[in-house]
Structures are given as C-alpha cells and as structure tokens.
Ligand binder design. Structure first.
Ligand code: ZN
Length: 179
C-alpha cells in the first residue's frame, strides 16, 4: 500500500471556493487541501462487497469482461453505491453478475487491497446462500460458474480474492481433519 500516492486523486480546484488545491499536513499525513479556505480532501479506500457462494464445496466465480484484469476470475463483487447498505450491495452484485438471488448468512472477512492501477478498496466479504434465480453471466461478466477450490478455472484477478480462496481451503482442511 505504501507506494500509493493519494495526491494523484486530489481535486485540482477546491470544490467549495474554486481556488487551486495544494497540500497541507493534517494529523501526520500530507493531504490535499485548499490554498484559500479550510477545505481538506479526505481520500479513503472505496468500499466494495464480495460473496462466497458454495454448491457442495464448489465456489462461484465470475470471469471479468472488462479491464482491469479482463478475462481473469473473481468472486462476485462490486462497489457500494453512495446510498446503499453494504449488505444490499453484495446481494445486488450477485444478482447482476450471476443471476442468482441470495441472502447473507455471515460476515467472512474484510480485506484492504488495490484495484489496479492505484485505487485502494476495502472489500467486505460475506457468506451468502442461494434463495432463487438461475445461473447466468451478467452484463459485465464473460462467464460464471462453480469450481472446485483445487480446480479453479483460471487466474484470480485480485489479491484480496486470493486470500479468501486460501482461507476457504484452510477451512475445508480443518473440517476434514476434525473428528
Ligand atoms: Zn477552498
């Protein structure tokens, strides 16, 4: 994360007064700030949600149709809309990308990662279970399917999603090892 430059995403002009933006130390960080008024631009990771959908141990994965990482695979996932609850976000993204209707059964993990080239993302990962719908790749997906954790269809696009798959494999290993 340390090579990220938040100033790349700074406004050029103050959204309050229109003056040119500069930078100012603020709580130990250099932040974009207005040269004329008190406005400081706080840059944060963008929240997104991803879903773990399992059918008899096989994981639902979506093949990306568009850049970045076009053609690679991910969990069903997407960015939270401005006026949306994160729980609604994951249900919506699953519907849009896979055609499946789901409900949340638990919170699995929250990972911070980077959407290439340099957009920090907070990925909230939920376990969900199917309640309806039918499996069909959505508009921004090239393919969708269920795949064994040791028989993935291709490269996984994002490190945060690879971490989730590694955790699922470890969980399965523990389940097999338990009496
Ligand atoms: Zn200003």
């Amino acid at each position: 994360m340390s090579d990220l430059d938040p100033l790349r995403h700074a406004h050029r002009f103050c959204p309050r007064c229109g003056a040119a933006m500069t930078t100012r130390p603020d709580n130990g960080l250099m932040r974009p700030a207005c040269g004329e008024c008190a406005y400081v631009q706080y840059l944060n990771p963008a929240p997104a949600a991803a879903a773990i959908i399992l059918r008899e141990g096989r994981l639902c994965l979506v093949r990306r149709k568009y850049p970045p990482k076009e053609g690679l695979w991910t969990l069903p996932a997407g960015f939270q809309e401005y006026d949306e609850e994160i729980e609604a976000c994951v249900v919506r993204e699953v519907r849009e990308e896979t055609g499946l209707e789901v409900e949340i059964t638990g919170l699995f993990a929250a990972h911070t990662g980077v959407l290439p080239p340099d957009r920090p993302v907070l990925l909230v990962v939920y376990r969900v279970r199917e309640t309806g719908g039918s499996l069909q790749a959505g508009d921004d997906a090239a393919a969708v399917g269920f795949y064994g954790l040791d028989d993935l269809p291709g490269e996984i696009a994002f490190a945060a999603h690879r971490r989730v798959i590694a955790a699922l494999r470890a969980e399965r290993g523990r389940a097999k090892g338990s009496p």
